[in-house]
Design a protein around this ligand. Sequence first.
Ligand SMILES: Cc1cc2nc3c(=O)[nH]c(=O)nc-3n(C[C@H](O)[C@H](O)[C@H](O)COP(=O)(O)O)c2cc1C
Length: 310
Amino acid sequence: MTQEKTPDLTVKIGPLVLKNPVIAASGTFGYGLELSDFVPPESLGAVIVKGLSLEPWPGNPLPRLVESSGGLINAIGLENMGVEEFIKNHLDKIKATGATVGANIIGRTVEEYAQVAKCLAKTPIDFLELNVSCPNLSTPGGLSFGSDPEICFKLTSMAVSAASGLPVFVKLPPLVTDITILAKKVEEAGATAISLINTIPAMSVDIINKRPTLAHVTGGLSGPPIKPIALRLVMLCAQAVNIPILGLGGVFTYQDALEFILVGASAVQMGTAVLIDPLSPLKVIEGLSNYLKSQKISSISLLKGQIQTA
Ligand SMILES: Cc1cc2nc3c(=O)[nH]c(=O)nc-3n(C[C@H](O)[C@H](O)[C@H](O)COP(=O)(O)O)c2cc1C
């Protein structure tokens, strides 16, 4: 009897070899271990921890999460414990599981991003992801950096040099006139990969109180409603740059993941899905493997960018 060969799910992102293309997105997987009873972090391609700043940030006032139009609007405001506390008390524990771990970085100034990158450069972290696209900050930073190609270039170059060789992903915003300008800028600045997309600026209204539902008034929409927008942006970027793209925005099923891979993503990230079903990343990995088997495709990377648009 011939043994059916297990399909190869590994993907290459710059110098990193991930065991599969399913990554926990920053913001819904805590600092890596909170969901380990459901999802062993080492079973995923990688885990990206909650955005880290130089000092701890308190985040925005409550309420800061609301379901809307089949998705979720959040205005967490990047509450986090700060990079030093993460390095001191969390990083070794998550690395001890054998997981590939990325640190998402946020700052109020371009220099702050570089300082956080420098703090992480001499640790066992596997890669950095610069969040230049958070829509939930009242102070400078986040989205205002990611929408400006020159600031994005400077920020990426400084972080790449502060990271001393660590791979650096840059997470771009969805609401810009031409995403390929930003993508080319961060590639030129030395980014290893591009993560696309962050949440889309949005709001929800409480009709009883005649007030915005979120205390911050606006937030960022994630989940299924943003998938079609993300797919288009990933396709445009994949055609414009040579560095790998990590596609995200509404990945809930293996079929969603395949759509992103076919338009050119090397791997996908899952955010909102994990809040709804913590097991969903494992189901996506299994679904991809079964799909490849049924289609007799030996490796997931053979599907990358295989969409026929003409
Ligand atoms: C509650 C919540 C917190 C988030 N926090 C971060 C964060 O700290 N850094 C970041 O880059 N993205 C953050 N995001 C954005 C997600 O990583 C992701 O880009 C976005 O939600 C779209 O993917 P999804 O539809 O799979 O959730 C957050 C999203 C949610 C829902």
